[in-house]
Design a protein around this ligand. Sequence first.
Ligand code: ARG
Length: 577
Amino acid sequence: MMDIRQLLDQAFTGVLTDICETDTPGIVKQAQKAEFGHYQANGVLGAARKVGTNPRDLAARVVNQIGMEDIFSTDIAGPGFINIRLQPGFIQSELCRRWRNFGIDPVQPQKYVVDYSAVNLAKEMHIGHLRSTTIGDAIVRILEFLGHEVVRANHVGDWGSQFGRLLAYMNLRSNSGESISTELSDLEKFYQQASTMFRNDEAFAADARNYVVRLQSGDETCLALWRQFISISIEHCQAVYDKFDISLTKADIRAESAYNDDLPLVVNELTEIGLLEDSDGAKCVFLDEFTGKDGKPLPAIVQKSDGGYPYMATDIAAVRYRTGKLAADKVLYVVGRDQQLHFQQLFAVAKAAGYIQDRHEFRHLPFGMVLKPDGSRFKTRDGGDVKLSDVLDEAVERALVLVSGKNPDLQEATRRKIARVVANGAVKYAELSRNRVTDYTFDWDTMLAFEGNTAPYLQYAYTRICSIFRRAGVSGESLQATSADEFHLLEKQEIRLAVKLLQFNEAIASVLDDYQANVLCNYLYELSSLFMAFYEHCPIIDSEDSIKTSRLLLSRLTAQTLKQGLNLLGIETVEKM
Ligand code: ARG
C-alpha cells in the first residue's frame, strides 16, 4: 500500500523545486483534522524566502502546476500554506486497493544490525532488561515487515571480571560435593553469594582474580567450568524470551567472548594508524572532542595495563565485525541512557579507525530507567533487582483475575491462555507507548486497564470486531474470499475510519524517523477509538445489504490493521476475551 504522506510530499517537493530551481522540500504533514484526509504543505514559506518572492504568489503557482485533481483539492491559507484535502473518490479507490492487497510497497532493502537485550550473563534477567528487550524486539519486527534484512545481535556479557568470582565460587561449591546445577538454579542467589565472599574473603578474592586471567588466556579446565555456567545462564534468558514472546533465539547471541580473538587485531590496526597512545601502561585513544570534568582529555581505553581488554575494546571489535563481515548499512544499539558517553566515544573511535564510514549509520537509541509509581527505582525490599521472570508471572496472575471476571464461564485453561496474551501485551505496550528516552513508571493498574491507551483496550477492540462477524454469521476469511471491494462511505465516522486505515503505512514509516514505537501505539489507539465511534453511530448488521457489506469490510480492514500493528509491537490478539 502506498504511503500517502510520502506521495504528497514527493509531489509538492518536485513542483516547488521545479519552480524555484533549487532543492526545496515540500514538507507535507498531516493537518490537525487529518482524520478527514487533510494534509498541509508548508515548505512554500522557506522556499519563497530563499528565492526572494512573495509566498502566496509562489503557493498559487505550485497549486496551478501540481494538478492531481483526482487525488486531492487544494486551497491556500495564511501567509502561504497549502491545505490539501484528499478527494472522496481517491479515499474510496485506495480503500479498495487496500482491501485487495493488505501488504506494503517494497522499500529499498538495507541491512540492519540491532543490538538489544544484551544482558550480562552473571545474573538473571531483571526488570531493567524489560526496556531494551521490548523496544529492540518491536524495532526488528517493524524493520523486517518493511522488507529490510535484520541481524538480531544479542551482545551478551560473558567475559568480564565478575566471571572470575563466579568460577571461583562454582569451584568451591562443586568441591564441597553438592550438585552444582541445583545451586545454579537460582543464578541471582549464586551471584550474590559469590560477590559477598569476594568482598569478605581475601583468599577467595585472590582465587577469583586468578580465574579471570586463566579464563581469558584459554585455560581448558577453566573454560569447561565457564561453559557450564554460561549455558545454564543462557537457558534462563531463553526461558524468559519464550515466556514473553520475544523473537530472540540462541542463534542470535554473539557474546563478548566471541570477539576475543579479534581484540589483538584491533590493537594492531589502531597502532598501525597511530591512534593508540600509552597512558600509564594502558593503550588509549584520545580524541579532542572528549574531555573530563577537569578539562583533561578523556581516554577511550582499548587495553588495560595488565593486558586485559575492557568493554570498549570488545565493542570496537563488534563494530569492525558488523561493518566488515556482516556488511551492515545501519547499526542500532538499544541500550540505557547511562551509556551515552560510551557510545559517543565508541562511534568516534571507530570512525577514526575507519571501521565506520560515511555510508554507515550508527545510532545509540537510549532509554531511561524503570521507576515505581512513587518515583523510586524499581528494586526489591532489600535493594536487589526484581527478576523479570517473576514480574511476568505476576502479570499473568493479575490478568487472569480480570479475564475470569469478564468470562467466568470459560474453562480455566482457556482463561489462562487469554491471560497470558493480555499480560504480555499489557507489559510490552506500557513500555512501548511512551517516549523511550524518558524514565518509565511501571504501574500495574494503568497497564492492565481496559480503557485508555493500553494493550487490553486494543485487544478488546479486536475482539469486538470478531464478535460482530460472529453475530453476522460471517468470518473474516470468508469476507475476504467472497466480497468484491464494495465501499460506500456515507457517514463522517466512516470517512474518518477509512482515512485512518489508509494511514497505516505512514505510521509505520514514521516509527523509523527516530525509532519511537509510540508513534505506532498512538496510531493504533486512534484507530480503535475511531472504530468505536463508527460502531456506535453506524449500524452494521441491521443495514441494507450493500451498506452492511461495506461496513463489514471496513470492520474487517480495521481488525486486520489492529492485528498487524499489534504483532509488529510483539503483541498477540485473541478472538474472545
Ligand atoms: N551487557 C551490557 C550491559 O548490561 C549491554 C551491552 C549493550 N551492547 C553493546 N554492544 N555494548 O550493560
